[in-house]
Design a protein around this ligand. Structure first.
Ligand SMILES: *Cc1c(COP(=O)(O)O)cnc(C)c1O
Length: 371
């Protein structure tokens, strides 16, 4: 026999990734998208100060990055009002989720809970480490805290995944609900609070959580509000013991110097962040207006994207999505019914949304006639 002898688990898994990238679609189409509104990136880009800091750091790219991410960790601790010992930095939330799942999952006896249709990269990691996934339904297009907690208690879950605000729906729960959720985490479970879109909530609406509470880890990222998805910088806030445990498995040199420098500069430019958040708010409103002009309903969103209810089933929403893609607009949609009656559109520049406004009526008409 030649070749690697894969584990039975790897042998059993499909060779897929959770998201087909827009680049893959562009290669298949033989042309680029006119508007890139599908991955909740920030089309407004990083601050010019971030770009300058990254360019400067690029000269030092012959050196590995600081494996302790010291400067960024200190800056994040100050920014979040926690101790550096409460902060883990890694290759985006996606990378950190992988480490976390690995730390608690050795096989099918390890049970994990999420919502059916929630962020798929988490599920991908659980599958990759062989855990048993349990999914609870959304309730009124929101993740359902009570159902998640009940299922976690029932199956003695090690992890409970919960995104607030949620992707793909953009829905969110008030601070008090999340705080109560932390209080109700069953013994032996860890709440994985994914706050990828946390910066878009008014600060007073973010839950107050003791950073050293052993029942929860909250994740944040520079990918969305800071406009740095391609730099791959995320962080977790948790009890020092859990933060230390990441050091047993993480890729020590996973963070480039360029990314570390860029994230430090981003934290220093609060004015740019505030400006971006304002532009996102305007774009979200404009997307709502475009939906309404086409007789569709935009769901309320606390994030940098909008789920638009196409008013029929998943097949119809998929036809609308295909129509937009065919007209050069990159968008995505929820995977699971009934949320898959929606398409999901990220905030864009005015020009991007103009492209959308022009294409949507045609895409809808084509979907209605089945063309
Ligand atoms: C975009 C997104 C992420 C990915 O964050 P990275 O830091 O880029 O890995 C994680 N969770 C949710 C809910 C997201 O929407």
């Amino acid at each position: 026999m030649t070749g690697p002898r894969y584990t039975p688990l790897v042998d059993s898994l499909p060779a897929t990734v959770p998201f087909v990238g827009p680049e893959t679609q562009e290669r298949a189409m033989g042309q680029g998208f006119r508007a890139r509104l599908g991955a909740n990136e920030s089309v407004f880009g990083p601050s010019p100060k971030v770009v300058a800091a990254m360019a400067e750091a690029a000269r030092g790219s012959w050196m590995y990055g600081d494996p302790e991410n010291h400067d960024l960790r200190q800056a994040l601790a100050a920014h979040e009002g926690v101790a550096p010992e409460n902060i883990i930095i890694g290759e985006g939330i996606d990378g950190l989720l992988g480490y976390l799942v690995r730390m608690v999952t050795a096989g099918p006896a390890d049970h994990i809970v999420t919502s059916d249709g929630a962020y798929p990269t988490f599920n991908y990691h659980v599958a990759g480490f062989g855990g048993t996934m349990h999914k609870v339904a959304y309730r009124d297009d929101h993740e359902d805290p009570a159902a998640l907690l009940a299922k976690a208690g029932e199956v003695a879950a090690k992890l409970i995944y919960f995104a607030n605000p949620d992707n793909p729906m953009g829905s969110w729960h008030p601070r008090a609900v999340v705080e109560e959720m932390v209080a109700q985490v069953p013994a032996g479970s860890l709440l994985v609070l994914d706050e990828a879109y946390g910066q878009f909530l008014p600060p007073e609406d973010l839950p107050r959580i003791d950073p050293s509470d052993p029942r929860v880890i909250r994740f944040r990222t520079f990918s969305k509000a800071y406009g740095m998805a391609g730099a791959r910088v995320g962080y977790g806030i948790a009890a020092p013991e859990l933060i230390t445990a990441f050091n047993k498995v993480r890729n020590h040199f996973g963070m480039s110097r360029v990314s570390q420098a860029g994230a430090c500069a981003a934290l220093d430019d609060g004015a740019y962040l505030a400006d971006t958040i304002g532009k996102v708010r305007d774009a979200v409103a404009r997307i709502g207006q475009i939906a309404a002009e086409n007789g569709l309903t935009a769901l309320p969103s606390a994030a940098n994207f909008v789920a638009i209810d196409c008013g029929r089933d998943g097949a119809f929403a998929k036809a609308v999505l295909d129509g937009l893609v065919a007209r050069g607009i990159f968008v995505r949609m929820p995977f699971v019914a009934p949320q898959n009656r929606c398409i999901r559109i990220s905030a864009g520049e005015k020009a991007d949304l103009e492209v959308l406004a022009q294409a949507l009526p045609d895409a809808l008409a084509a979907a209605r006639t089945g063309v």
